[in-house]
Design a protein around this ligand. Structure first.
Ligand code: CA
Length: 382
């Protein structure tokens, strides 16, 4: 039996050439905490946590001693040990991001030890590639935002995407003008999602839904505060646009609240925040039981992307039929060298689809040069 010997964290930072904004704040840099879990004999797995990188790192430091000396193949038992240790004060939040990072790393390690891709270990590969939608169309300083967004939308379309997600949340009037410009640029056949990052009141969200609906909206993401479960259910009754949310939720218990409340048509757990692959697989099974689609939130490096691809490669899509729809991969197209340079092979969308990695573990290699280029101090928890 192999034993876990070492846990190392890496905080990486990339300063953006151009700042961009969404409804809640502005990005001037991308920063992430990675974790490497090494077993006796030298096999290792990579994970990353979603959330403020320094806090994720502190969480990993707290949880890592629970893993040392344990069998890395028992990743679910290890999940339970980490969760039991943190349950009283961190049922959701950044500490779960740390737990998620470690869980993803354990899946990567398990796959390498067993010489199998994570998607096979999750239960099997239902598909070799998934549909990807381009995430972009953020706000930025410019004289004519609708025109700038339209130009960016056209570029995504030219790059082969037939689905794009744009930001809303500036205010209903502005948002409607932006949606109209982007729809015109995309043409009628591309899917268009809108994402408010919980910026609206119920009245505003219903107003924007009513005005945006004629432009053909594939889903309305996080229209309301994640705490406003009843508001989500009420909005769902008012609009035919599918409602999506869940990137601020964690664990089965968090999603059960959304499902019991009939709050969403599409659930969006972030694997690197909601409890790792172990927990997100269970959330996916719950979503299926409630007839809710799953479209994981994905906003990180190639490690997060690979984790999402393996989950989606295995996912049983609701409701299931002969000609079933593929699940969606969130494919961030904003500037991010960490995403582009850290892992090999690079993820590429071809005709709007991204291949599920088929090598052991997550199926990616982390580039040492990128770790050094973007890394702050590495820390080891031995
Ligand atoms: Ca979002």
């Amino acid at each position: 039996m192999s034993r876990i010997e070492k846990v190392n964290t890496f905080v990486l930072r990339h300063r953006l050439a151009e700042r961009f904004r969404f409804a809640q704040w502005e990005y001037a840099e991308r920063r992430v905490c990675l974790v490497k879990v090494t077993a006796q004999g030298g096999a290792f797995g990579w994970g990353e946590g979603y959330g403020p990188a320094g806090v994720v790192r502190a969480g990993i430091d707290f949880l890592a001693p629970l893993l040392l000396g344990r069998d890395p193949l028992e990743q679910e038992t290890l999940w339970q040990a980490m969760f039991r240790r943190s349950f009283d004060f961190a049922r959701q939040g950044v500490l779960l991001g740390a737990l998620s990072a470690l869980d993803v790393a354990l899946w990567d390690l398990k796959g390498k030890l067993l010489d199998q891709p994570v998607s096979v270990l999750l239960g099997g590969r239902k598909r070799e590639s998934v549909r990807a939608y381009a995430t972009g169309l953020y706000f930025r300083e410019c004289a004519d935002l609708p025109a700038a967004l339209a130009a960016e939308a056209a570029a995504h379309r030219a790059a082969g995407f037939d689905a794009v997600k744009m930001k809303v949340g500036l205010g209903v009037e502005h948002d409607h003008a932006n949606v109209r410009a982007v729809r015109e640029a995309l043409g009628p056949n591309a899917a268009l999602m809108i994402d408010a990052n919980h910026a609206f009141s119920g009245v505003e969200a219903a107003d924007l839904a009513r005005r945006a609906a004629p432009h053909g909206i594939a889903w309305f993401e996080e229209p309301l505060s994640p705490d406003d479960c009843d508001g989500y259910a009420e909005l769902r009754r008012k609009t035919a646009i599918p409602i999506a949310a869940g990137e601020c939720e964690a664990r089965r218990a968090g999603f059960l609240r959304l499902f019991n409340g009939r709050c969403v048509d599409i659930a969006q757990p972030d694997i690197c925040a909601a409890g790792g692959l172990t927990e997100t697989k269970k959330i996916a099974d719950m979503a299926y039981t409630f007839g809710v689609e799953l479209a994981p939130h994905c906003w990180g490096t190639g490690i997060a992307m690979a984790a999402a691809l393996h989950l989606l490669g295995n996912l049983d899509v609701v409701p299931g039929r002969l000609e079933e729809r593929d699940p969606w991969l969130e494919f961030d197209r904003t500037e991010n060298s960490l995403r582009d340079e850290l892992t090999q092979p690079a993820f590429r969308a071809q005709n709007g689809r991204v291949a599920v990695p088929d090598r052991p573990g997550l199926g990616i290699e982390v580039d040492q040069g990128a770790l050094e280029r973007y890394g702050e101090a590495e820390r080891s928890k031995v």
